[in-house]
Ligand binder design. Structure first.
Ligand code: DLZ
Length: 156
């Protein structure tokens, strides 16, 4: 954990409904993030039946799936998981930028917090460190989701 990462709060998630959208591109790494996030949510008391997971082809599809989920399942919070690794085209930059903006837009348009769990890495090694290593980020995304779900419950 870096010095600027906030310490996770202890939040009881028993009343929360969580939607997760996970990309299949770079599937092994995304599955690791998904596993970490799922375990953290369940440890915080979120009921397994209240965690809905939907797969999409790649990170580029995450915003539309998140938007559909916000409308159909009315979750308290949404998490988008994906791994973008720099390639030799500009596709990486385009998707990283567009998906980050679109996820924010969905959050604001639907009044449902959306956690951007799309890892943007320079290379395979960096991606592995962020998804599989000691500083893997799946659990952090879940803690952020719990905090935002609690805030939504308080302020809605
Ligand atoms: C096409 C593509 C490429 C080159 N790289 C990635 C990646 O590193 N991570 C990821 O999640 N998805 C990638 N994709 C797929 C796009 O997200 C998307 O599925 C396609 O462009 C079709 O819209």
């Amino acid at each position: 954990m870096s010095l600027d990462t906030p310490k996770p709060q202890s939040i009881n998630g028993a009343a929360f409904k969580v939607g997760i959208v996970a990309a299949r591109f770079n599937g092994v790494l995304v599955d690791a993030l998904l596993h970490q996030a799922y375990e953290t949510l369940v440890s915080a008391g979120v009921k397994e039946k209240n965690i809905r997971i939907h797969r999409v082809p790649g990170s580029n599809e995450a915003p539309s799936a998140v938007q559909l989920l916000a409308a159909s399942q009315k979750p308290d919070v949404l998490i988008a998981l994906g791994v973008l690794i720099r390639g030799d085209t500009i596709h990486y930059e385009v998707i990283a930028d567009a998906s980050a903006h679109a996820l924010q837009r969905v959050a604001l348009d639907t009044r449902t917090p959306v956690i951007n769990g799309i890892i943007v890495a320079e290379n395979q090694q960096q991606a592995k460190t962020r998804c599989l290593g000691k500083i893997a980020r799946g659990s952090e995304f879940a803690h952020t989701a719990l905090e935002m779900a609690a805030l939504k419950k308080t302020l809605s």
